[in-house]
Design a protein around this ligand. Sequence first.
Ligand code: HDE
Length: 723
Amino acid sequence: MSSVGQSILNTAESVKDGAKNMFENKKIADLKKDVKDSHSKQPQTTDYGVKVADLDHWLKVVDEEKNKVGPSLLEDQIARERIHRFDHERIPERVVHARGAGAHGQFKLYESLEDVTSAKVLTDTSRTTPVFVRFSTVQGSRGSADTVRDVRGFAVKFYTDEGNWDIVGNDIPVFFIQESIKFPDLVHAVKPEPDNEVPQGQTAHNSAWDFMYLHQEATHMFFWAMSDRGIPRSYRMMQGFGVNTFSLINAEGKRTFVKFIWTPELGVHSFVWDEALKLAGQDPDFHRKDLYEAIDNGAYPKWKFGVQLIKEEDEHNFDFDILDATKVWPEEQVPIRYVGELELNRNVDEYFTETEQVAFCTSHIVPGIDFTNDPLLQGRNFSYFDTQLSRLGINWQELPINRPVCPMMNFNRDGQGRHTITKGKANYWPNRFEANPPTGHGNGGFESYPARETGMDLRKLAPKWKNYVSQAQLFYNSMSDIEKRHITNALSFELDHCDDNVVYERVVERLTEIDLSLAAAVAEKCGAPTPTKQTVENPGLKAKGLSQFDYLPEVPTIKSRRVAILIADGFDAVAYGAMKAAVLSQLALPFTISNKRQNVTAADGVTSAKPDHFLNGQRSTMFDAIFVPGGEKSIKTLMGNGLARFYVKEAFAHCKAIGATGEGVELVEAALRECPGTTVASKGTDAVVDWYGVVTAQTPDDESTVKKGIKMASEAKDFTGKF
Ligand code: HDE
């Protein structure tokens, strides 16, 4: 390897090492009070602190003379404690969003929102607020696969100096239903069916689509879920939305309606469906590992924090109800004001006590923020608090990950698992000691916005809520051609899994309300009669911010991307080393892949490399780009290996960047000659690795985009100068 290459490699490695869980903030300091190190050399003890002499044998009656083992003794309190603790390790998983991954980080405000709120977290630009974020899938259980087609949860807990504030959002800005009373039906319908508990973590079944049809209000959201947003490349590359409408209250007591938005620095990117399907089997933990790996390598994920604001007096000036969670606030009408930044910079030390025990509640708000009459939000405010009781018990707010970092004092007492010891006689208010009084009005305590309400008690919504079609059309119209094709493919796949013709025929009918050609294409694939009439007029309106193409990264980057370098014995050490160093210097991750995992020797006969994986160990699906350095013998070996050629072909079909130098180009050409209708646009010895952003991916049979993919890959210039 060249010495320049080696030194870049060393620097990049040291940046990486320096990044490992070094970040500190008030919450991390708070958690440290409870952190124990399982790698300490101290002797192991029982739960009550007595040192244990033997952890391998249960106490038994043993006749050593006769070499005979007798009965195990129940009196062994140490063995009993271990088994008994083990028996109770599980707690109920979340009824929805059971599978997730979490990380710590910080929130920084760069523009004060004091015109609309008095919340310090949104007005004090000198502050850094600790946060904990949990991403999740919705439908699958704790052990399900990460890459399934689903909505993703995006829940943020801000540990502010005024108490905890939670934005419990999703990666899709709208919801399936308008009324929270329907939530149990929605979840029952989309989760595995009750008789056979099939399928896991997906909506591709009769009940889910039966529900979708029977709830016309779900149309808008199911279009989002069937779009590429339903299969994000990474938690780090998706937007987050608070979905519900909240209120902001300023110092003068004036109310503004608000929606919260997170937009990722890396841009919004998705898998190709074929890739997502394969990954669900090849690496069911792909997203979980991706988040951990990026943070561990110092490629900290970041999001801009934005708000959409509507003045109270403008509430009724829209053709939709601004409290209806099945509607977006189109950016043309309500622009996003980006005012802050979220960075995740520290992995959890222990999954269970942090990611599993974290409890988010939409009702956790701080002064300056308030609720609205959004009926979905009102139901959620009850649900989250309630569900924590079955998961964690009444004292869940005391768990280290959930407790606030500001002073906390009240007269809530007792209950199972109480930790805090509160001394003194005062456990009621008012008390003769005048201990722990409320702040009184106007002194910084939480005060509800005095909204004026009139009306009758009725189980109803206003007529405006009945327009279920316009925004579904708006969303579909705003998609690019490729995105539209992906929606067609996704719907066809899902309905193909429904074997009840009532279900898929009715869903196709519903699609005719949005777009007749889409409905006809899906009908052909799923076996429904071809529809001939557009049933609701589609005026062709579009809005920005709906297509993923509107969220390309501001600065093109390969940060945190995984690059596979394919080599075998006899590889070109200079090209290999320089590419590895170049990738590392961009905070991206090079992985050496070979036909074996034993050391591989370069053509110079001196340099050797230890592959990270062999070809079958990690498939091309797990990488964002592929680079093939030259080396006559190396390429000959790889050429003769069907799996190596497939590696390149598969990456190509998933529209990834493919680069090669020297003889490596021959491998790429040979592999791609096996892909019908393609030509390799660039030859020669230039390094041709760039990041081709799979903004929205294509399917292998999508020839036009395939060509575009290879063109972009071969046009790459970024690394060329580094050799
Ligand atoms: Fe949830 N949801 N939800 N939800 N939700 C839960 O709370 C619920 C809704 C969301 O990482 C549960 O702690 C109702 C919308 C996320 O821990 C439960 C309704 C949005 C998470 C619950 C909704 C979400 C949950 C299960 C309809 C996007 C995971 C475990 C009125 C804005 C949080 C838990 C985490 C979790 C109820 C609808 C997002 C049962 C009743 C809309 C990200 O309380």
